[in-house]
Design a protein around this ligand. Sequence first.
Ligand SMILES: Cc1cc2nc3c(=O)[nH]c(=O)nc-3n(C[C@H](O)[C@H](O)[C@H](O)COP(=O)(O)OP(=O)(O)OC[C@H]3O[C@@H](n4cnc5c(N)ncnc54)[C@H](O)[C@@H]3O)c2cc1C
Length: 306
Amino acid sequence: MAMLDRALVRVLPAVPRSVVRRISNRYIAGTTLADAVRVVKQLNADGKTATVDVLGEETRTRRETLDIVRAYHDVFEAIERERLDSNVSIKLTALGLNLAYELCRANLFKVVRHAAESGNFVRIDMEDSSTTSETLELYRELRDEGLDNVGVVLQAALRRSIRDIHALAPLRPNVRLVKGIYVEPPLIAYQEFEEVQQNFVRCLHELLEAGSYTAIATHDELLLAEGKRLVAERGLAREEYEFQMLLGVRELVANRLVRDGHRLRIYVPYGEHWYRYSLRRLQENPKIAGYVASDTLNRLFGANGR
Ligand SMILES: Cc1cc2nc3c(=O)[nH]c(=O)nc-3n(C[C@H](O)[C@H](O)[C@H](O)COP(=O)(O)OP(=O)(O)OC[C@H]3O[C@@H](n4cnc5c(N)ncnc54)[C@H](O)[C@@H]3O)c2cc1C
């Protein structure tokens, strides 16, 4: 990232919400379920599958967590009604993990059981490292109850991930492998870009070795190439792994994966609570300074520079 972009990333929280909203529009389907349905339909028509995320991390009250459970209920109904090719992704802090483990557990079981009834699948997103152990514990509890329509996320940035893969291996977990978006200290996380890449490849190798259904979630060309190489080396069929990308990121690369015959799932967030998700996406956009600058110019001089 260029110096100006890095500097801007640090002050992003000070950028007015209206600007953040405009320049992060591409990352979010909209504020309503109807918006998400429209976007997923288009993705399906383009040969891509989807995972719908109801935005709303870190809920503050029990009532808010129940609203999230209800929202997922509506998502499952919409997926069935509209015959969408999509599953869901969920954040445990939205279900109350920071309020009470038992509350989160009860909410999570409700969502996963509902998914099972409609033949659907729930991916539990991974949040910052303060939640890793409890997230994996809840995943185990679900699997112990015989609920197999659920998967987790492991972050290549975390040093523990390779141990987590080995510990989970007997369950043959369904895992989305990502680099990891949260800033974590050196004691527990790799800090260098190349170190994270290397650990991503190592984790991917171990997951495939364990016979896990693996979702290779990255926009990084090197990791996409390694992913393709490793699945080809093992002779995996199309339905034995998938690639995943975020809505609004590197669409040309995404289209190429589909053209080459890979299964590709797009992460489709929607909802009223768009701000924190948007900040995280903008922080990763290597051209963030350009976007903020052109938005500012457009506002000052009009969309066409008039
Ligand atoms: C489907 C999916 C689900 C995810 N779930 C989680 C999760 O549960 N927990 C978690 O910690 N992280 C999650 N992530 C985020 C992940 O950890 C990374 O932060 C993110 O994917 C960026 O890493 P990268 O591998 O794409 O590599 P990068 O090196 O960051 O990106 C590679 C290239 O992609 C392009 N790019 C990447 N991001 C953007 C952007 N926002 N805007 C424009 N261009 C961009 C740039 O050209 C960049 O050079 C998820 C990512 C995906 C794709």
